[in-house]
Design a protein around this ligand. Structure first.
Ligand code: PGA
Length: 247
């Protein structure tokens, strides 16, 4: 299980106490891996405040350096202490016009440079209502997965866009159908063995009340959590649900 928080554009130095409290819960979470993907300007300080805890970024540029205003390279994120990065989040796909090919390049650069990757895919409400969710999201994964991706360092996050930040969670059948389709897409892209070790996370309005039910669904290997990862009070119950005990 991997429970990863995505702080998006939230968080100041004054909030690092939350990171510390979350890292303390993570230490007691047994087999569950916990990570927080923070705004890039907080990574260095968060790593300093919570040594040993997995801090990540929210995107990474495929090039090692150059004229790319506003972007961060793998080396920069690693230098700041990041251990992982999200790529292909729907908010980046939409606001920055990132294509699947661009996302594959970002994921490839991160994996080759030694950052673990959470690669996000997910459909819009229109696509779901038209009955095309599984085909669309499987296609997104096929096109945004880099060749030769190391399964040990890769997670996929299924995040239906209509469930992000809306309080609407995909139903158990929708999650189970999509995660099974993603597992089978992974098997055709990287082989059966590799596909088994890639963690497939669900994301979209996960909270302390619904996490246990979501984690009980087949092929759900964790969660990518936005709003409910901003405070220890909200995030720790999700970690507890993943570990099946008090932490
Ligand atoms: P949410 O965000 O948990 O606030 O819905 C999830 C995400 O966008 O990663």
């Amino acid at each position: 299980m991997l429970v990863a928080g995505n702080w998006k554009m939230h968080g100041l130095r004054a909030d690092l106490g939350e990171v510390t409290m979350i890292s303390m819960a993570a230490e007691k979470a047994g087999e569950v891996d916990v990570a927080l993907c923070l705004p890039a300007c907080l990574i260095d300080r968060a790593v300093g405040a919570s040594p040993g805890f997995s801090i990540g970024a929210q995107d990474v540029h495929p090039e090692p350096s150059g004229a790319h205003t506003g972007e961060h390279s793998v080396a920069m994120l690693k230098d700041a202490g990041a251990a992982l990065t999200i790529v292909g989040h729907s908010e980046r796909r939409q606001s920055c016009g990132q294509s699947d090919a661009d996302i594959a390049a970002r994921a490839r650069a991160a994996l080759e440079g030694g950052l673990d990757v959470i690669l996000c895919v997910g459909e819009s409400l229109d696509v779901r209502e038209a009955g095309n969710a599984v085909a669309t999201v499987s296609g997104q994964l096929a096109a945004s997965l880099p060749e030769n991706a190391d399964p040990a360092h890769l997670s996929i996050a299924y995040e239906p866009i209509w469930a992000i930040g809306t309080g609407k969670v995909a139903g158990p059948d929708e999650i189970s159908e999509m995660h099974a389709a993603l597992r089978s897409q992974l098997a055709s892209s990287i082989g059966e063995e590799g596909a088994k070790s890639v963690r497939i996370l669900y994301g979209g309005s996960v909270n302390g009340d619904n996490a246990a039910d979501i984690f009980a669904i087949d092929n759900v290997d964790g969660a990518l959590v936005g709003g409910a990862s901003l405070t220890a009070a909200k995030f720790v119950p999700i970690i507890q649900a993943a570990s099946g005990r008090s932490v």
